[in-house]
Design a protein around this ligand. Structure first.
Ligand code: 9MR
Length: 746
């Protein structure tokens, strides 16, 4: 049945009101309907219906009786297949729907009808008993003859009825132009500037000559005034910008605003409290990432959930087999942290994240401003709080125990090597609690990179846990030695870039940096000559490793270099090592000074990398370490200033840390913090870092909205944008580390 759409109604209303300015109508000939029989006048063909649903015609609609008691949205549904989608073409997807009882949701998708069942567009509107029309525009990221429109109806405890009419997918429509709401043009750190720290802001304006600015207190009185400095076009955003330096203002307070060019910034504080909290929140993130343990409501109100992936095969991690043909044993790999928004657990990424948490703690032992008690026992509200061990060590231990379980046991081929990863056989949809994951779990082949990651982190753990748990320290060191020997015997077992179904590939075919890192940690813990010699002879040791992109899970040389520079040892050329940190920091500081948004990040070709936010943090960590080494305030200020960008001084005018700043990322791609898709689920916890701008926008959602984006604009706070807006353990560790440094500067 053809219903009058709400668009037509409002157009009629406009005409009745005497308004003649009609929206531009695209040439009708270019538009073409892709769905067959969306009006259900005499039949429901060619729509399919899942076996557990009964559907038929009712009042010129297709009505479906949906059973209760299913788990996932895709456990029940109706749809149509064999729809040709054209890459780069925009489509208007529209339908009418009603429901009984009121308030049910439908997950309406356009995707692939065959494995791997990719979703190109999805919405989940809440339906009403009286019925509504819905219309959306998206751009297809692929060419396929196997497109599908589906209405997923599962996941409800109770039975319900869904009725559909006027389903339409029209190709050739003008693309929807996505324009982010960037708010006031004065861009500040929306959280806090340190009283004694640098205070900078960026003004977006067409004006090319200097302008007046003023800083207002919360009560509206003027606290400071000055002139902007015009900077021209900023390549990272394409905007014409000025900078504002109000560093002369030292008095603490809340609710300041900065006014320039007729615009008032979002409010911010001058104070230190936010960083004490951020240090803890960034580290508290890990508890709710834990696998194999129920998350307690008393420790994380709103985040309680059953333990995920306990038990055995096929869906538990208690006795996980390998992928077919890879091994003939099973391993108990329960525990550890989930990597990100998915349920995978990856040794290389878990390893670098563990190193960074451990290093946050280790820095507090050695740095001039370090305060070990700040992350000590009782600070993180975790089950182990009160056991006499610093909480940050307890949290890292949860992952370390898992990493050790990934090592191939004695008596098997490749004994001593570490399996690269363990995850689902196939990708799952969102939302999905870890405890509801129906997929088969599999171990993937051992790799040299994973083995060296294990060696490095277990060796580091051995020195840090020795005062608290000597037996664990000894076990960790033994595992590290075993891994090191195994890696030397199998130096080129690389994880395949094609092994990315059901989990991330984390492929890396250059492991000279991982060898260097493992040798460095083994040396720092044991002081043994053989490891020192390996470090000194490594081609990475003298190399210039501080390039524009920050260190990360694949580029681990900096982990070694930073520790060799800061952890006490008798390393023969330790002075040169320390000097290399300072010269890397000088370069990052020069980048920051030249950047009108004040960041130590200017990637080649302005190509923001996947997870750019943590790379910015990592470059800032190098600057912070130069301060720890030299005590020179310019490095302290550079590191502190880098935080401004993450907390709102950026082209999008948003904080990338959940719960921090007036406008902040809170829809990160996540299966169990999927509040955007299911209001009963929480958003990510406060202190969760979003990956941030990623020029390559690999996910279809971002491709539909951000095509042609420039640098800083390649980000969208939507749960579907897994390439710009995921959260992950190795990014939050960067936040924990820098937040900890900044908190120590108060
Ligand atoms: O952060 C990872 C990025 O560097 C890689 O290029 C990308 C592709 O392998 O994977 C990213 O990591 C994701 C992983 O594959 C799966 N879990 C979520 C991770 C963050 O998006």
């Amino acid at each position: 049945m053809k219903r009058r759409s709400t668009t037509l109604l409002s157009l009629a209303a406009l005409l009745a009101a005497g308004l003649t300015a009609l929206p531009a109508v695209p040439a009708a000939a270019a538009e073409s309907e892709q769905l067959k029989n969306g009006t259900f006048d005499s039949t429901t063909d060619p729509w399919w219906v899942s076996a557990n649903v009964t559907a038929g015609l009712s009042g010129g609609r297709l009505c479906a009786n949906v059973p209760g008691g299913t788990t996932n949205a895709w456990d029940a549904g109706i749809g149509q297949n064999d729809i040709a989608l054209v890459k780069g073409e925009s489509y208007r997807f529209s339908f009418y729907a009603d429901t009984a009882p009121d308030g049910h949701k439908v997950r309406a998708i356009v995707g692939l009808s065959a494995a791997p069942y990719d979703t190109y567009f999805e919405v989940a509107p809440q339906l009403s008993v009286s019925g509504n029309s819905y219309a959306y525009t998206f751009t297809s990221p692929v060419d396929t003859p196997q497109g599908q429109v589906a209405f997923q109806l599962g996941g409800s405890a109770d039975a319900w009825r869904f009725c559909l009419d006027d389903a339409s997918l029209i190709g050739g429509v003008p693309p929807e132009v996505y324009k982010p709401d960037t708010g006031p043009r004065v861009r500040v750190n929306q959280v806090a500037y340190l009283p004694a720290g640098p205070k900078n802001a960026t003004l977006v304006t067409d004006k090319t000559t200097k302008l007046r600015w003023q800083l207002n207190n919360a009560n509206g009185t003027v606290a400071a005034r000055g002139w902007t400095v015009p900077k021209g076009i900023d390549p990272s955003s394409g905007q014409n910008v000025h900078t504002i330096d109000f560093g002369s203002q030292h008095r603490p307070g809340q609710g300041f605003t900065l006014i320039a060019d007729g615009e008032r910034s979002r409010p911010f504080d001058i104070g230190t409290a936010a960083y004490d909290k951020l240090r803890l929140d960034a580290a508290k993130y890990y508890y709710t990432q834990r696998s194999g343990i129920a998350i307690r409501a008393d420790l994380r109100p709103g985040y309680a959930r059953p333990a995920g992936h306990l038990g055995t095969a096929p869906t538990g991690d208690g006795a996980v087999p390998c992928q077919p043909g890879v091994c003939d044993y099973t391993l108990d790999v329960t525990g550890g942290w989930y990597d990100a928004g998915d349920h995978g657990k990856y040794v290389v990424n878990g390893g670098i994240a563990t190193w960074e948490l451990l290093s946050t703690y280790e820095r507090s032992l050695h740095a001039r401003t370090g305060r070990p008690a700040a992350l000590g026992d009782g600070t993180l509200a975790i089950p182990e709080s009160g056991n006499g061990v610093p909480d940050i060590l307890d949290e890292a231990r949860w992952e370390l125990d898992f990493l050790l379980k990934m090592q191939v046991p004695e008596g098997h081929p490749l004994a001593g090597m570490a399996h690269h990863k363990i995850h689902d056989e196939k990708w799952t949809g969102l939302p999905l609690l870890p405890s509801d994951d129906p997929q088969k779990r599999e171990l993937h082949p051992p790799s040299t990179a994973a083995t060296l990651n294990l060696a490095a982190t277990a060796a580091q753990a051995a020195r840090l846990y020795r005062p608290y748990d000597p037996a664990f320290a000894a076990k960790a060191l033994q595992a590290a030695r075993t891994a090191w020997t195994a890696a030397l015997a199998h130096p080129d077992l690389y994880a395949s870039a094609n092994d990315g179904t059901g989990g991330g590939a984390y492929a890396d075919d250059n492991v000279t940096d991982e060898f260097y890192w493992a040798a460095a940690e083994l040396y720092l813990t044991t002081g043994e000559k053989a490891f020192e010699t390996y470090v000194l002879n490594s081609p990475v040791h003298q190399a210039d490793i501080f390039g524009p992109l920050g260190y990360d899970w694949a580029r681990t040389a900096a982990a070694a270099r930073l520790d060799l520079a800061t952890v006490p040892s008798g390393l023969r050329d330790r002075r040169e090592v320390r000097r290399s940190i300072v010269s890397g920091a000088d370069r990052y500081l020069a980048t920051l000074k030249a950047h009108p948004y004040g960041i130590p990040y200017a990637p080649d070709g302005n190509l923001y990398d996947w997870g750019s936010n943590h790379q910015i943090l990592h470059n800032a960590v190098v600057i912070a370490t130069a301060y720890d080494l030299t005590g020179d305030g310019k490095y302290r200020d550079g590191a502190v200033q880098s935080m401004d960008y993450l907390l709102g001084r950026n082209a999008l005018n948003m904080s990338y840390v959940t719960g921090y700043g007036e406008v902040n990322s809170h829809n990160q791609h996540a299966r169990w913090y999927a509040h955007q898709l299911d209001p009963k689920l929480p958003s990510p916890p406060a202190g969760t870092l979003a990956g941030g701008p990623n020029s390559s926008i690999q996910d279809p959602f971002a491709q539909g909205k951000l095509q042609g984006c420039k640098g800083q604009f390649c980000y969208i706070d939507d749960i579907q944008s897994w390439s710009t807006n995921e959260h992950t353990v190795n990014w939050n560790s960067a936040l924990a580390r820098l937040a900890s440094f900044v908190a120590d500067q108060s």
